[in-house]
Design a protein around this ligand. Sequence first.
Ligand code: HEM
Length: 404
Amino acid sequence: MKRFIDLPVSVFDPKFTLNPYRYLNAHYADENIIGFASDNMNFLFKFDDCREVMFSKSFSRPAADDESISREIEYAKKYPARANYFQLNFTYGEPDLKLKSLMVRLMTAISESATAELMDPVCKPLASHGRLENYIEKITYLPMALYLDVCGLEYERSDLPKLHQAGCDFLRSIEGQEDEALIALSDKAAALVGGFIDSRFDKLTENDFLFAFLKEGRESGISEDKLRANLGSAILISLSNTFGVSSAFVLRSLIHNPDALQTLRNNPELCDKDSTVTELLRLNNHVKALSRSATEDCHLGNYQVTKGEVFYLYFPGLNMDPKEWREPEKINFEREFTSRNNIIFGGSIYMCIGKKLTFAAMKSLLKGFIKYLPDEAKVIEDEIEVDGSWLAERIITKMVIDLP
Ligand code: HEM
């Protein structure tokens, strides 16, 4: 019996990315089905299974096999900036928890500057009339600019698209290790961001916000190289495609659910609640599929898992599991989220470092949405463009909104 069903669309198809529940809905209740297969990958999408894999010691992020290690050794000679990044960054292999906790504190401190005033210019165009050509353009660089501003890392406006592009190039290469052209691009990206950080780093003075962060890092024995690489990693892997893209998914959900928008307008204090943001991110966000591999033979329910077997946890699937959430397609600000039913930001040692920043920025953004977004706004669904090339995060690159 087939335990991973075939879907009628590829997981990369924007039709699936934009409306996954339509394809998965019928399969939640079938206990014989553990997941779905697409593009030679196996995806888990039921909440209980995904949660178990997330927290079980029998699964970890997949380790490199012998073939990819040999390939990486060859790449390292040709592409040193990329190799340097992998060696020094806390996210590769098991996270370096000392460094990770320092980065969490940095992101938390930055979150204090994600104010409603900062978000206002992104939201204001929603009060105009006619076609708002691309909401995403307005927000793309904002998280990066916030990070650089707060950290005191000087930049020109023209640096932002270059840094953003470097982030996109780097992320693509993480899923495309066999494509040397992508590796070459990611090396250039790592060199560009590394150079950017180095040239600002030496100018930092005691008065700069980053100074205390660096001092703390040095005092706890983290090397200078690691500190620099991890400041750069926020640009390379975190800021370009996380909050901004998720905010487009959230805006789309609110436009599709005018009652929820009205509830927020009538009760603006809801915008300040973590559960409001969590509910909107549950419905959709940029995180799609994260891989895990079995470190030993084990069981998932009554499915026998073999050591080395790789699964992709399909987040939009687990976040819509009707066993966990009644009427999962509806926005319901009364849902209660607990550490048991909510793994939207991951869990265990791999937990997201940008959670606090996301909450703060999303709360501010929601205030702008309810101030400016008219009830009659429509997303032009046929014109949404989704970046087709990487799976962990599916990126809306264009979202046109029709305003009355
Ligand atoms: C809507 C917003 C966001 C969501 C839903 C989200 C979700 C997640 C999830 C599910 C993971 C776990 C990955 C895994 O288990 O392999 C993760 C990890 C991570 N996130 Fe986020 N994230 C968001 C925003 C951000 C932001 C704004 C940043 C940066 C400032 C960020 C930085 C990271 C990093 C660096 C990791 C890797 C942690 C590690 O490997 O230990 N995320 N995120």
